[in-house]
Design a protein around this ligand. Structure first.
Ligand code: EPU
Length: 419
C-alpha cells in the first residue's frame, strides 16, 4: 500500500481549489437510482469513495459514463440487480445509501450489513426503523438487510440520535412514497440540504431541509437533471488548518463560506487573520504559533466531528492547554496514539482529550487509521521536525483528492511512495 513521506518545516503559502464534497456526492449518486432518466453530476471529486460508488451503481446495472473532467452521467433505467455485496459495503459504508432509493423505486433492496468501523459501532437501526415505519418489510439475515415494499407510505418519524445518512436514506425513500413524510430531529448538515435541492431539481417536493424538520410530499416519478455537487467544507477546513499549523497563508477557492463559519471562527481564536470573499477564504497566520482552542463536536451547525482530528493536531503544537471533546462517535481518537509517537502531550479520558501544546512534534513512522485521522497525521507531519512516514494512506485517498499535489503546490515537502 502507498505511503506518504513528509518533511516538516515548510510554511504553506498560496491558493488551493476545493473539490466537490465526498459526503454530498455519495448520496447524490445513490439518488440517481430514483429515475429512469439521465442524471449528469458535475464537480465530482476525484476520490476512491467515488470509484467505489461507481462500482456499487454499476453492480445494480446503472449505466455510468464519464463525460469530461469531474462530470459523470448516470442512467438507472435498466437495473439488473438490487443487491449490494459485503465486499462493496465493507469498502464503503455509505453503500447503505442505496437502500432507500432501491426500495422506493424497485420495491426491493438487499444490502450487506455494514459492520462497525474504527471510529465506532455505527449501527443503521434508525435507517431500518424509518423504512419499517413507512411500511417496508425488512429482515436482517445472513449478514444482509433484505427490504421489500409495494409502495412506501409517508408517515411521521423522529430520529434519535441525529443521523446524517439516516436522514438522507429516509428522504430518498420518501420522495416516491404515497403521501407526506415528516422527518423529525433531522440532520441539518449542508450535504443534506444539497441532496434535498438535487431531489427537488429532479421533481421531488422536499421542504425544510437545513432545519430539524423535513417534509417530503411523495410524487409518482422523478426526472433527469444536471447538477453540480456542493463544495467540500471538510477538505476546505483541512487546508485552512494546514495554513494555521504551519504559520502560513492559504486561500481556499470555490467554497461555500457559510458552511465554514464555525471553522473560521475557531481559526480566528487560534490567532489567524481571516479574510472572507464571496466563494473563498484566506487564512493568514503570519508566522505565529497557534493559540489553543477548545473543541466539542456535535451535529451541524456545531463543530463537525470530521474536523476534530485536524484541530487536535493544531492544538498539539499550540502555546498552551486545550480540551477536545468528541460527542458524535464513541471511538474517534485513533489518531492520539499516533500523535504520541510524534511526541505530542495528550491525555485521553473517554471522549475527552486534554492537550498540552508542545514546541515541536518529531517525525516518526505513523499509521493513518481512518480518513480524518489520516488528515491529522498529515497536518502534524507538516510541522514536525524531520521526516514522517505515514502508512495506510488509502484512507486519505477516500476523501482527499490529489493531496500530495495540492499540498506540494502550497510548498509542502511531500512525496507518495508507491507500494
Ligand atoms: N447512529 C445510530 N443509529 C443509526 C445511525 C446512526 O445510533 O441508525 C449513531 C452513530 O453511531 C453515531 C451518530 O448516530 O454515533 C451519528 O452518526 P451518523 O449516522 O450521522 O453518521 P453517518 O451518517 O454514518 C456521516 C458522514 C460521516 C460523518 C457523520 C457525522 C457520510 C457518507 N458520512 O456519517 O463522515 O462523520 O455523518 O457528521 O456522509 C467522514 O467523512 O470522515 C465521515 C466519517
Amino acid at each position: 500500500m502507498d505511503k506518504l513521506l513528509i518533511t516538516g518545516g515548510s510554511i504553506l503559502k498560496g491558493q488551493v481549489d476545493i473539490a466537490g464534497a465526498k459526503n454530498s456526492v455519495l448520496p447524490l449518486m445513490a439518488a440517481t437510482l430514483l429515475t429512469d432518466e439521465v442524471v449528469e453530476l458535475s464537480n465530482i471529486p476525484h476520490l476512491q469513495d467515488v470509484t467505489y460508488a461507481i462500482q456499487l451503481l454499476s453492480g445494480f446495472g446503472v449505466d455510468v459514463c464519464l463525460t469530461e473532467r469531474m462530470t459523470v452521467k448516470f442512467q438507472a433505467n435498466d437495473l439488473t440487480s438490487v443487491e449490494a455485496s459485503y465486499a462493496i459495503v465493507k469498502s464503503m459504508r455509505a453503500s447503505i445509501l442505496a437502500l432507500g432509493p432501491l426500495l422506493a423505486k424497485q420495491g426491493e433492496a438487499k444490502v450487506a450489513l455494514p459492520g462497525g468501523c474504527t471510529i465506532g459501532a455505527r449501527p443503521v437501526n434508525i435507517h431500518l426503523d424509518g423504512l419499517r415505519a413507512m411500511g417496508a418489510d425488512i429482515t436482517v439475515e445472513d449478514g444482509f438487510i433484505h427490504a421489500k415494499a409495494d409502495r412506501l407510505k409517508g408517515t411521521t418519524f423522529e430520529m434519535h440520535p441525529v443521523t446524517v445518512t439516516g436522514t438522507e436514506n429516509l428522504m430518498m425513500a420518501a420522495v416516491l412514497a404515497e403521501g407526506e413524510m415528516v422527518l423529525k430531529n433531522a440532520a441539518c448538515e449542508p450535504e443534506v440540504v444539497d441532496l434535498a435541492e438535487f431531489l427537488n431539481a429532479m421533481g421531488a417536493q422536499v421542504s425544510g431541509a437545513g432545519t430539524s424538520e423535513i417534509r417530503i410530499q411523495g410524487v409518482e416519478k422523478l426526472h433527469g437533471v444536471e447538477y453540480a455537487v456542493v463544495a467540500d467544507r471538510i477538505e476546505a477546513g483541512t487546508y485552512m488548518v494546514a495554513a494555521a499549523i504551519t504559520g502560513g497563508c492559504v486561500r481556499v477557492n470555490h467554497v461555500n463560506v457559510e458552511h465554514l463559519q464555525l471553522i473560521t471562527e475557531k481559526l480566528i481564536q487560534a490567532g489567524a487573520e481571516v479574510t472572507v470573499g464571496s466563494d473563498w477564504i484566506e487564512v493568514d497566520m503570519q508566522g505565529r504559533s497557534p493559540v489553543p482552542v477548545n473543541i466539542e463536536t456535535a451535529p451541524y451547525p456545531d463543530f463537525p466531528t470530521d474536523m476534530q482530528a485536524q484541530f487536535l493536531a493544531l492544538n498539539a503544537v499550540a502555546n498552551g492547554d486545550s480540551t477536545v471533546i468528541e460527542t458524535v462517535f464513541e471511538n474517534r481518537f485513533m489518531h492520539v496514539p499516533e500523535l504520541l509517537k510524534m511526541k505530542a502531550d495528550i491525555q485521553l479520558d473517554g471522549r475527552c482529550a486534554t492537550v498540552k501544546g508542545v514546541q515541536n512534534l518529531v517525525g516518526a513512522t505513523v499509521s493513518a487509521t481512518d480518513l480524518r485521522a489520516s488528515a491529522c497525521m498529515v497536518l502534524a507531519a507538516l510541522v514536525a521536525k524531520g521526516d514522517t512516514l505515514i502508512e495506510q494512506v488509502h484512507h486519505i485517498d477516500r476523501g482527499y483528492e490529489r493531496i500530495e499535489e495540492k499540498l506540494g503546490s502550497l510548498g509542502a515537502t511531500i512525496k507518495r511512495l508507491h507500494a
